[in-house]
Design a binder for this molecule. Structure first.
Ligand code: ZN
Length: 342
């Protein structure tokens, strides 16, 4: 584990082709029910090996046991009907078929805690575990019960807090909440989004992170990015609120994005996970390209607060591409680490 510029991924890694359809979000599992649990764990072990080979310092499960970063969590909750699906517009951007909240939501049993224990048993490296953020959860379902996005978000925050506390007890070092919805619904973020997120982290003693990105490298997102203009200033809307919050780490998109990096100054004092790998392109970054992104970020964040990472999850990429990008991340961070120690 490198104490300086510790590397990590934003979250997901592609699954093996025997487990799920490559380059496909929401792929069905390919294994029969009685082989699925073991298959998922084998995949988790392989994703850990890929991270280790690339010299990634803070490792994750690569989200190998989840069909999707939001729906798999929601699927385990009471009050949600997965048979009753509605097509809704999510992130104000694209239509998705989502489950329906039909009654009071509850967490009747842990969702990822066994998986986290399994990962903990495989490695002594620090572990980061990603959970969907409350606002992104309510934006990825149809609510036929609460009739209020805010009210449902508070309910989910309580549920996420229960899960997060058990993940911490299982040995997770950093709990990350994925909130791509923060980049879309600015007024809600300011009114209650950050407060609800803090409720999800209440009482945690491990580090907490929030990941706010421009989404997976799927067509709906890359088309949307085309409409955002020359400068992407979305973070300017939400960073002041995050700066005031108790969240320790902010994970943001950087390499190949049009985010003006000086916006990092708005979260002064926070640790910053800087995306130095583009997940929307199959071009493999060179270590020098990664190093150049990190150097640019270092103009606005202290070296001991900089965490090199990927822009977003890599689930929709080919596995060989994701693996090579991880290698570039590890090698690029090593270059800058060397420069800083010279
Ligand atoms: Zn993301």
């Amino acid at each position: 584990m490198n104490a300086l510029l510790p590397t990590s991924t934003a979250g997901s890694l592609p699954k093996p082709s025997w487990l799920a359809q490559p380059e496909t979000l929401w792929s069905e599992w390919k294994l029969p029910d009685d082989e699925l649990a073991e298959g998922k764990r084998d995949a988790l072990r392989l994703s850990l090996a890929d991270q280790r080979d690339a010299g990634i310092d803070i490792v994750s499960d690569g989200e190998q046991t989840r069909q999707h970063f939001v729906t798999t969590f929601i699927e385990h909750l009471g009050g949600v009907d997965f048979e009753k699906r509605e097509t809704v517009r999510i992130r104000n951007r694209y239509d998705a078929s989502v489950p329906t909240v039909v009654g009071a939501v509850s967490r009747d049993r842990p969702v990822f805690v066994d998986d986290a224990r399994f990962l903990r048993a495989q490695t002594d490296q620090p572990i980061k575990w990603a959970l969907p953020g409350p606002m992104t959860m309510i934006d990825t379902l149809y609510d036929a019960h609460y009739g209020s996005r805010e009210k449902l978000a508070w309910e989910f925050a309580g549920i996420l807090n229960q899960e997060a506390k058990e993940l911490q007890a299982a040995g997770v070092d950093i709990i990350q909440f994925d909130e791509p919805a923060f980049n879309v619904f600015f007024d809600e973020v300011k009114d209650w989004g950050v407060a609800v997120l803090e409720r999800a982290t209440e009482g945690l003693t491990c580090d907490t992170a929030v990941h706010v990105c421009y989404g997976y490298g799927i067509k709906a997102n890359t088309d949307w990015k085309q409409t955002l203009g020359a400068e992407w200033r979305q973070y300017e809307e939400i960073f002041p609120k995050l700066q005031e919050s108790s969240i320790d780490i902010v994970s943001l998109e950087c390499h190949n994005s049009h985010v003006p990096l000086e916006l990092i100054e708005l979260i002064r004092g926070k640790k910053v996970m800087v995306g130095a790998i583009d997940v929307a392109s199959t071009h493999i970054e060179t270590p020098d390209e990664v190093a150049a992104t990190l150097r640019r970020a270092l103009q606005f964040v202290d070296a001991d607060h900089l965490y090199p990472s990927t822009n977003c999850g890599m689930a929709p990429l080919r596995r060989s591409v994701a693996r090579a990008k991880l290698q570039a991340l590890g090698a690029g961070a090593a270059i800058v680490r060397q420069e800083l120690s010279d």
